[in-house]
Design a protein around this ligand. Structure first.
Ligand SMILES: Cc1cc2nc3c(=O)[nH]c(=O)nc-3n(C[C@H](O)[C@H](O)[C@H](O)COP(=O)(O)OP(=O)(O)OC[C@H]3O[C@@H](n4cnc5c(N)ncnc54)[C@H](O)[C@@H]3O)c2cc1C
Ligand code: SF4
Length: 475
């Protein structure tokens, strides 16, 4: 077996010592020779199981073959038709647990670097002059999409392609959802996000910011007053969870959502030039070990923390962050306190954080999540001196829309309940997808949910209303 079948072509990345202090992107991307070499590793299987691992069903071997054949326009077209966010997904998708996990090459060697190749093609496309916007069918039934995260964006894009006039209503002053306010610039540059959203806007999608559905206008008004025929809810899971331990109200305690939003969206690290202030800690403890926790602790280092510490009650084996994110955090000097459970946040007489009181844990039998249950070790209390604590222990959907809309069924976690095949909620012609349905999950799952909901909406609307495209008009 030649060596090229075994090794994955490495992704060039910036030196950890340099990058840990700025927000420039960590991964540098393949050049053509690396991409071609990696593309040649693909076996073009008769049974391309990699596609089954992709929630938007990208024809993976086809786009990889096009790279190997030097047909970059072809590769770009195959990719973009299946996934309107390839430059984003090529950067942030957990491919190692999706398409790459199923790749046949991975049964004996290292899987094809599908994500790196996706990013390469999308970045190539970005350097090309824009062609004409595609001519699309035109239908009369307009659809409202609530939320401009990946679920809403992909749903809107697919509906526009199918001919529906679409308006996205976004509560914040900027689009993108977590892609903009959560995932930091050093993993997902905002110019990439702007570019992919710009391509969707070229399909004719209207985006209206600063409108909170359920507050500015209600969901019912979208139907009754504004004449929308269907609504897609892609409002995400932006309500942070808290631990309920003493000291959570002290100054210098943030949820990861608030911490990242203040930096990514409001540029609080540049206060007073920016309007939003925040406490820039010297020793920052981040509680949790998912992707959000890694983003938070690495951001804390970049805005001036001397020490960034991850505090997690289980061991490294149970962390939910991507291996690559953990690896980058280690390289950048993040300290990890595994099997450590916070029990109190300590403060001074002025109400500012001074430390995090913790207990050491050991692993017991698996819990309902299937992961080993952390069990406290008696008498193991100790204090980590810190001046900022960030909680990154998960999010639930925001209840606002459900509280202001009659008849929307939710489960115990506050997630919207939808019909499996159509993504329709308990309200007729109201559909939902992404984190609002699954709870905090991934970009590509949200994108996949948006895409299939759009197809279900189109099918539903097509069964009752006739198209009004120019070709169907009587002459
Ligand atoms: C810091 C962080 C890092 C992450 N890293 C990764 C990663 O590396 N890879 C990965 O795959 N996933 C990652 N995720 C998860 C991923 O970002 C989410 O699963 C995904 O963004 C969910 O998409 P969504 O469209 O359902 O919701 P969101 O992205 O949350 O978007 C929802 C949008 O709806 C808007 N909205 C909410 N309510 C209303 C309302 N009533 N009216 C109008 N607008 C409203 C919100 O303002 C928001 O813009 C990360 C998450 C975080 C927080
Ligand atoms: S499973 Fe792997 S080797 Fe086979 S077609 Fe997909 S990417 Fe290529």
């Amino acid at each position: 077996m030649p060596l090229k079948r075994i090794d994955k072509t490495p992704m060039p990345e910036r030196d950890a010592g340099l990058r840990a202090h700025d927000f420039q992107e960590v991964n540098e991307g393949y050049d053509f020779s690396r991409a071609e070499f990696e593309a040649e590793r693909c076996l073009r299987c008769q049974d391309p199981v990699c596609i089954e691992g992709c929630p938007v069903s990208i024809p993976i071997p086809d786009f990889i073959h096009a790279i190997a054949a030097g047909d970059m326009p072809g590769a770009a077209m195959i990719l973009r038709l299946a996934n309107p966010l390839p430059a984003i997904c090529g950067r942030v998708c957990p491919q190692e647990t999706q398409c790459e996990q199923l790749c046949h090459l991975g049964t004996r060697f290292i899987p094809v670097a599908i994500g790196y190749l996706e990013r390469f093609v999308a970045d190539w496309e970005r350097d090309q002059p824009l062609g004409q916007a595609p001519a699309l069918p035109q239908r009369s039934e307009k659809v409202a999409v609530i939320g401009s995260g990946p679920a809403g964006l992909v749903c809107a894009g697919e509906l526009a392609r199918l001919g529906h006039p679409v308006t996205i209503f976004e509560g914040l002053h900027a689009t993108g959802g977590v892609l903009r306010y959560g995932i930091p610039e050093f993993r997902l540059p905002k110019e990439i996000l702007d570019w992919e959203i710009g391509l969707l806007e070229r399909l004719g999608i209207e985006i209206v910011c600063n409108i909170i559905i359920g507050k500015t206008i209600t969901l019912d008004e979208l139907f009754d007053k504004m004449g929308y025929s269907a609504v897609f809810i892609g409002t995400g899971a932006g309500l942070p969870k808290f631990l309920g331990i003493p000291g959570e109200n002290l100054n210098g305690v943030y949820s990861a959502n608030e911490f990242l939003t203040r930096i990514n969206l409001m540029h609080a690290d540049q206060f007073p030039e920016a309007d939003t202030p925040m406490k820039i800690g010297k020793r920052v403890a981040v509680i949790g070990a998912g992707n959000t926790a890694m983003d938070t602790v690495r951001t804390a280092l970049r805005i001036g923390a001397e020490e960034g510490i991850i505090v997690y009650r289980r061991s490294k084996n149970e962390m939910t962050a991507r291996i690559e994110e953990h690896h980058h955090a280690v390289e950048e000097g993040v300290e990890f306190k595994w099997l450590t459970n916070p029990i109190e946040i300590l403060g001074d007489e002025n109400g500012w954080v001074t430390g995090l009181k913790c207990m050491k844990m050991e692993l017991g039998e698996p819990d309902e999540s299937g992961r080993a249950r952390p069990v406290p070790i008696n008498g193991s209390e100790f204090v980590i001196p810190v001046d900022v604590v960030v909680l990154s222990i998960g999010n639930n959907p925001n209840p606002l829309l459900v509280k202001t809309t009659a008849g929307l069924e939710t489960n115990k976690k506050g997630c919207l309940v939808v019909e499996e095949n159509t993504a329709e909620t308990s309200r007729r012609r109201v559909y939902a997808g992404g984190d609002a349905v699954t709870g905090a999950a991934t970009v590509i799952l949200a994108a996949g949910a948006g895409k299939s909901a759009a197809q279900a909406i189109h099918k539903d609307l097509s069964q009752t209303v006739r198209p009004t495209s120019i070709s169907s008009q009587p002459v």
